[in-house]
Ligand binder design. Sequence first.
Ligand code: IPE
Ligand code: IPE
Ligand code: MG
Ligand code: MG
Ligand code: MG
Length: 307
Amino acid sequence: MKHEEMIAFEILLQKNAHHVTTLIDDMLHSRTQEGEIVRPERLLEAMRHGALAGGKRLRPFLLMSSAALFDANPTLALHVAASLECVHCYSLIHDDLPAMDDDDLRRGQPTVHKAFDEATAILAGDALLTLAFDILASLTQSFDISAQTLLHLIRSLARSSGVGGMVGGQMLDLAAVRECPEETGIITLQAMKTGALIRYACEAGALIGGATPADQARLAAFGENIGLAFQLADDLLDATSTTSALGKKAGKDGQAGKATLIALHGVSWARQQLEGLIRQADEILAPFDERADPLRQAARFIVQRQN
Ligand code: IPE
Ligand code: IPE
Ligand code: MG
Ligand code: MG
Ligand code: MG
């Protein structure tokens, strides 16, 4: 993307992010919902810290752009996107804990366990994860969505997030520090810890848009592809950028002995690989007209982003 195109895309991303942030903020009020007893204020504050302060909101953008491609209700897509972002924010809060990556800075701010304490950070993550499923399960109250589609969404988010998805990937990521796997092992762990939620974003948009199974599979393949690209770019930025540009500590992966493709093959290999992944992503979207341009731009953004 040319510089001006990149700026225009970033404005679009920010506009979308604002809607997502507003919706999550609305959910984190202190009034109790039916079935709840009390909402502890300190826990709510920690959840707000982890979920509202910054973030590119790229997964919501992917979900909403994929939904728009199939003419889904944009407000429904926004709710599903907010639910996914809650899972993502929880994953970051836990990823930063001393028992995991032990990071002090996230999105240019102290991490949740630094701003609060470890126990509160664990609980804030837990509560964001359950909020995500509350948002999905409540969709039928405001939207015309079939029980079948809703259950599909819930199951698919659970599987992308859980033992065979993001959480499983985090487990493999930690294990790989002691015993560095081969390239295919690294790709598997990255497809899980990061790819699974990005794939879900693209596939869920198609699902709520009522896309054909073939188109859903196409969007899932696109998501898998850019998911790998996303983590490769994250690892590349860790190796080449600065803490102030990233808003999180740079140079951590090498220091911590993380198993990354950069550690295995180096920076210039990774740059080439990224270009290849994005070309493939473009090919996957070839059957779609210009209405898929936001997704094409998102793929480019993943490679060119500075944080
Ligand atoms: C960071 O994700 C964690 C990874 C999966 C590499 P993002 O780079 O999307 O983080 P935010 O949400 O924009 O802060
Ligand atoms: C994190 O990967 C992936 C998840 C949070 C699931 P990283 O550990 O590389 O993410 P950053 O670099 O801390 O954002
Ligand atoms: Mg990590
Ligand atoms: Mg980390
Ligand atoms: Mg990283």
